[in-house]
Design a protein around this ligand. Structure first.
Ligand SMILES: Cc1cc2nc3c(=O)[nH]c(=O)nc-3n(C[C@H](O)[C@H](O)[C@H](O)COP(=O)(O)O)c2cc1C
Length: 407
């Protein structure tokens, strides 16, 4: 199984990651990972940090001559903010010394990890506090840059197996599609193109909001501009689709082997993601069963191979992939840092005080959708390894091809 760990603070020197469990022989270069790191910066409404960072990952182990070795893959990503920002981060984030001269953060921001994290690790009072800088810096979504890099190694394995992951944004605040049926024709056309979900994400990447509808894109951008003027922030929703998935990934046999449960965890593990649905989950709750379940039909009239008339289940039944594209939707809360102050209490003085604005996005839904692609890819890659696994990539490919021929 592929496991990964990340380390690093948002304003520290660098982020690092270790990916363990990739089979030997997967074609992999840094540029494969950098493609997705660049996509993480997409979207109208990003804050000042997007101008400082130039995410290029350094792969320093586990790969030789552009192929994985089966040994851990080591990754490093420098934080541009550490050196380029004028805020003095090398002093603020110094690994040694007492930090006596460094400004402390004593006002927790609602919607952030600040207060809960400080209470947990004792940064809310002496001797370690009050100073929420350690919480802010690790809870920050800067961490998702390394997550994208780590998970994109697994995504590269999927690509080599003909399994593609893509996404598009379905809502920014008030602007979006109302029901899944409103966008599914356009998404289906894209998914039918060569490349499957890759065609979907490439079309979405063309839009300033990663929406596949030009009218919604325009309205989405206007909505973000207006919201910025009103000194507020926005959340939204997106859909991640995986194509080329064979039937039989995941299992109904044990709770933690259900593919839908694992995908939900992958989405909710991302900062600020507060809801998830598989297929038409939420809309389905309002409908009759006859409008929800995907009827089974013969692919070629012989009865030997089968397909579904629709894909409202999002490609999963009983926790097992059924051969249709996987569809998972994520819902993101509005960005917690607002220009308009919110009420809080200073931990040093104990006095009520309103929050101060720091550089921030108005919305990060387009970015979150690309991070969700990465975390979903890792889950699917592990399900593939569980089903067809081996230490060598060629073995996995052979077994998967055999299974595809059987369908
Ligand atoms: C890609 C991405 C970018 C984000 N950018 C910001 C940001 O610029 N400002 C901000 O206040 N929160 C941002 N967030 C959200 C916070 O990281 C998140 O709300 C916070 O860490 C608290 O975690 P929680 O929302 O899961 O409770 C971003 C989240 C993601 C996924």
């Amino acid at each position: 199984m592929i496991r990964y760990l990340t380390a690093g603070e948002s304003h520290g020197e660098a982020l690092t990651g270790v990916v363990e469990g990739l089979p030997a022989g997967v074609p992999l270069t840094a540029s494969d990972l950098n493609e997705h790191l660049a996509r993480r910066w997409l979207g109208y409404g990003r804050g000042g940090r997007s101008k400082i960072e130039n995410d290029k990952v350094h792969v320093y182990s586990g790969v030789r001559f552009s192929k994985t070795l089966g040994s851990p893959v080591g990754l490093r990503l420098d934080n541009g903010a550490y050196e380029k920002d004028r805020a003095g981060w090398p002093e603020t984030m110094a690994l040694e010394g007492t930090g006596e001269d460094v400004e402390r953060v004593t006002l927790p921001r609602p919607g952030h990890a600040d207060l809960a994290g400080a209470q947990k690790y004792g940064f809310d009072r002496p001797p370690r506090g009050p100073d929420m800088r350690p919480v802010i810096d690790r809870a920050s979504a800067r961490e998702t840059a390394m997550r994208v890099a780590c998970c994109s190694t697994a995504r590269q394995m999927l690509r080599e197996l003909g399994i593609e992951v893509g996404s598009h944004v379905t809502r920014i605040g008030q602007v979006g599609f109302e029901e899944p049926g409103d966008w599914q024709d356009r998404a289906r056309d894209l998914l039918a193109e060569e490349g499957g979900a890759r065609a979907l994400y490439e079309a979405a990447d063309e839009s300033a909001t990663r929406m596949i509808d030009p009218d919604l894109t325009e309205r989405g951008v206007e909505h973000i501009k207006e919201t910025k003027k009103e000194r507020d922030s926005l959340g939204g929703a997106y859909e991640v689709v995986v194509t080329g998935v064979p039937p039989g990934l995941g299992s109904y046999a044990q709770w933690d082997r259900r593919l839908d449960g694992q995908l939900a965890q992958a989405i909710l593990s991302i900062q600020a993601q507060k809801g998830v649905e598989v297929g038409d989950g939420v809309a389905g709750a309002r409908r009759y069963g006859s409008d929800v379940h995907d009827e089974i039909i013969r692919k070629d009239g012989t009865g030997a191979s089968l397909k579904r008339r629709t894909n409202r289940a999002g490609g999963i039944e009983g926790g097992v992939s059924n051969g249709m594209p996987l569809v998972v939707r994520g819902y993101m809360k509005p960005i917690p840092t607002l220009i308009e102050p919110l009420d809080s209490v200073d931990l040093e003085s104990g006095e009520p005080q309103t929050t101060r604005y720091e550089r921030s996005d108005v919305t990060s839904v387009p970015a979150a959708s690309t991070v969700a692609e990465a975390t979903v890819a890792l889950v699917v890659a592990n399900a593939v390894l569980e089903r067809f696994g081996g230490d060598r990539f060629e073995q996995i490919r052979r077994r998967l091809t055999e299974e595809r021929d059987r369908q």
